[in-house]
Design a protein around this ligand. Structure first.
Ligand code: CTP
Length: 402
């Protein structure tokens, strides 16, 4: 399960829902937080209730939803003031540009801002908006103001927006939001663990302008790094060529070639508790790199030489090692062979020709094979969910070893 075995029993959370299309995803956040034991109190703006009905939240959380600033409770107390005093955390999702502006300026004219203003509880803000609105200097200044006052911001990601355009501004997925909420309440299950993750494809230079590369996007490795960080691990990310942005807050080192990545892994892995090797490392590189651009002429033959097999080169280290096997045929037997040959604890096998599992896709259908002979076939999941499943297994191995 994404989020591991986090327990929010006894935690009181105010979930502020503002008016954006992402409000429908926050229904899932309310459900998950409630399932983890939290007492979730939803406050909605008028425009939020045009996207999702308050009854949906009320049914899931079993708590009355605050929709009216002027509401009094049975003891004639002002509901929002009392609620603000009692909650341990205020989570605002989706936080629209307008809501963020009101929060930053102390305006109290809707059930969310009026409660937040009256509350000493920490704020976790989950923005969601059009990418132009997110990039606007006014929004950025407002976010900065809130951050300076101690608010935590779960930054939006790049993706498809309500307008149909692609850009920064898309709200993080419910599982990421739940993890961020859990993180507010204490160390995650991987706190104190050092995890090294590799991502993306290596590029092996032919001459100053050309290289041999592959189609890896880096999405899977980045998802593992983000998920491990969310669970409290001290993460180092080594990345080759990637087509998605790095997350702020994760230590990252660019290792463009297989040799760069090998040297970095050998340097860092000895101090780590686990390595997740999601990078697509070239098996061959040009035997020599031309110092000048190679000119067009007759047919050209490139001589290739093997690169270091990074996982095999650290087989003697005691850390938990997770490899990937991206195959186009005989998936499981090839993966089992790699697991044994590279002395891994786990290998994540995926058929890159299967629908929804190719390079650059946001989803992946994998089977996780263990050194102990275990085989866990997962359904088609988002890469974030796959990352969560892999880390669940890594956590189990840590537990077994300690
Ligand atoms: N890997 C590595 N060093 C390399 C090549 C691959 O550490 N030089 C790692 C990958 O990051 C992955 C695992 O080994 O975790 C399997 O990679 P893959 O390319 O599938 O395996 P290869 O050993 O290269 O085998 P083949 O190309 O024959 O399938």
């Amino acid at each position: 399960m994404a989020g591991g075995d986090r327990d929010l029993t006894g935690r009181r959370i105010l979930l502020g829902v503002a008016g954006g299309i992402a409000a429908y995803k926050v229904v899932e956040v309310a459900r998950r937080l409630t399932r983890l034991g939290a007492s979730v109190h939803v406050a909605m703006t008028h425009s939020a209730s045009r996207f999702v009905g308050s009854l949906t939240f009320e049914t899931l959380t079993r708590n009355k939803v605050l929709t009216d600033v002027m509401e009094l409770d049975a003891a004639s107390e002002i509901v929002h003031v009392e609620l603000g005093k009692r909650v341990d955390l205020i989570v605002i999702a989706p936080a629209t540009a307008n809501l963020i502006a009101r929060l930053a300026h102390g305006l109290a004219e809707d059930p969310i801002t009026v409660t937040a203003l009256a509350s000493p509880a920490p704020l976790l803000i989950i923005p969601a908006m059009d990418h132009h609105m997110w990039a606007n200097a006014a929004t950025q200044a407002n976010v900065e103001t809130l951050r300076e006052r101690g608010a935590h911001i779960l930054l939006p990601v790049r993706g498809e927006l309500a307008s149909g355009e692609v850009g920064w501004g898309r709200m993080q997925e419910p599982e990421a939001i739940v993890e961020a909420v859990c993180a507010q309440f204490g160390p995650g299950p991987l706190a104190g663990r050092k995890i090294l993750v590799t991502a993306g494809g290596t590029r092996e230079p032919i001459d100053p302008v050309r290289y041999i590369g592959n189609h890896s996007s880096g999405k899977m490795g980045l998802a593992v790094a983000q998920e491990a960080a969310r669970r409290g691990a001290d993460v180092t990310l080594l990345y080759g060529a990637i087509s998605v942005p790095l997350s702020a807050g994760i230590k990252a080192e660019h290792t463009p070639t297989a040799a760069d990545m090998a040297a970095a892994v050998q340097r860092i892995a000895k101090d780590c508790d686990a390595l997740v090797m999601a990078a697509a490392v070239a098996d061959y590189r040009p035997a020599s790199i031309a110092s000048q651009k190679i000119k067009k002429g007759t047919d050209l033959t490139l001589q290739l030489t093997s690169t270091t097999d990074i996982l095999s080169s650290i087989a003697g280290l005691p850390l938990i090692k997770v490899g990937f096997a991206a195959e186009t045929e005989q998936l499981l037997s090839a993966a089992r062979d790699k697991l044994r040959r590279k002395q891994l604890d786990l290998i994540v096998a995926n058929d890159v020709t299967a629908e929804g599992s190719g390079f650059g896709s946001n989803t992946n259908q994998v089977t996780i094979l263990g050194r102990d002979g275990s085989m866990e076939e997962l359904p088609l999941l988002t890469k974030t969910e796959v990352a969560a499943r892999i880390l669940d297994r890594v956590q189990e191995l840590f537990d077994e070893r300690s």
